[in-house]
Ligand binder design. Structure first.
Ligand code: SAH
Length: 365
């Protein structure tokens, strides 16, 4: 396997370059390219071509290699299928929005959580990602943004309100970040220190691992926390999220309130609206009944939070049905009536299989 230069420390990189008979400053140049997300050596124009060719023969730039790149039809969402050095594949998504450019990163290859509505967990957990592998997903998106900007043919019709770099990170791709807490923390520290992305523009989404939330509290950085709640009672939640048998709702929420109180932040609650089909093929409400909307309101009443209502994206292998816009709005109206902040998440990239829960190993089917 070719060594991955991005994984080298500065002194390792310098030694490597010196051993190739090159001056030390080439290592600095290389590092700059690596931190910009250079996918290969041929783009490194300030490095002599012979050295670029030599490097190309013996080394690799990043720990993630683009296998496939899919663009949504509106040009706002790009999904990357990436290969890791051991052949595992992961996915990450770049979303261009009016408030900036957001990257959704995976924290694990596969997932062990077994949530009944999600596609990412269908093949189980393969392994944790290193912080380099998570950071590399952001750099890949950054490179994409910059190269689109530099090529006139790529200017999008709707004017590119944001021409900038990656401004937001959501750790909401495949995997449970709080099962890989130390690498995720290291990744966030580096996204902040090397890419200048502020804590408040980073959101970590968890299915509710209380020990992990406590670790984030101890760590002390004021990032945003999102809890995948999806049900307002233990009975219902345990049916769709096995993790609820380990950490019950009230424990998850009290850990989450400890976190948000500490940082004076709003807690994000994610709630997928799920339907089911009866024997006649008619869709009925599953976790989206008016009663559950009332129960959810009670649970969150008086708390500083925002409920993101997520229309369920179809996953063929999963036994749920998506609901009409009306059903979603009826659920939302009850929350609003009860004074709960709420919005409906706009789904991006459904046409390229990159909306929530649709990320999967591409070769799975
Ligand atoms: N393990 C973490 C992060 C990954 S899931 C977590 O559970 O939060 C990111 C979000 O997508 C979660 O809220 C998850 O519940 C949601 N999601 C999963 N499958 C979905 C689907 N089919 N449609 C819509 N959202 C889904």
């Amino acid at each position: 396997m070719k060594p991955i230069l991005f994984n080298f420390t500065d002194s390792e990189l310098e030694n490597y370059i010196v051993q190739m008979g090159q001056p030390k400053f080439r290592a600095r140049q290389l590092r700059e390219w690596l931190m910009r997300g250079a996918p290969n050596f041929s783009v490194m124009k300030n490095i002599p071509e012979t050295l670029r060719n030599d490097l190309d023969a013996v080394a690799q730039t990043l720990p993630t290699k683009i296998i496939k790149k899919l663009e949504s039809s509106d040009g706002e969402t790009t999904k990357f299928l990436l290969e890791l050095p051991d052949g595992e594949q992961i996915e990450s998504v770049l979303m261009r929005t009016t408030y900036g450019n957001s990257v959704c990163v995976s924290s694990q290859a596969g997932c062990a959580m077994g949530c009944k509505f999600c596609a990412s967990t269908l093949l189980g957990l393969k392994r944790n990602l290193s912080s380099n592998e998570i950071l590399s997903q952001v750099l890949t998106a950054q490179w994409e943004l910059r190269s689109a900007r530099n090529s006139a043919s790529n200017i999008r019709p709707n004017g590119d309100a944001n021409n900038g770099d990656v401004s937001h990170i959501v750790i909401m791709g495949t995997g449970e970040p709080l099962q890989n807490t130390e690498n995720v923390i290291d990744f966030i520290e580096r996204a902040n220190s090397t890419l200048g992305i502020s804590w408040r523009r980073i959101t970590l989404s968890t299915c509710g691992i209380v020990d992990g939330i406590d670790r984030l509290i101890e760590w002390g950085r004021p990032i945003n926390l999102a809890i995948s709640l999806h049900a307002p009672t233990d009975e219902l939640r345990s049916q769709i999220m096995p993790i609820n048998n380990r950490y019950c709702l009230s424990d998850v929420l009290s850990a989450a309130w400890r976190f948000t109180d500490l940082h004076n932040r709003q807690l994000m609650i994610e709630y997928i609206l799920l339907g089911r089909k009866d024997e006649n093929g008619e869709t009925y409400l599953y976790n989206a009944t008016p009663e559950y909307a009332e129960k959810l309101s009670e649970l969150l009443s008086g708390k500083n939070c925002m409920v993101n209502l997520i229309p369920w994206n179809t996953v063929d292998e999963r036994d749920f049905a998506s609901l009409s816009g009306n059903a979603v709005h009826r659920f939302q109206d009850i929350l609003i009536k009860n004074g709960i902040h709420t919005r409906i998440r706009r789904e991006r990239g459904t046409d390229i299989g990159s909306a929530c829960g649709q990320l999967r190993l591409n070769n799975a089917k």
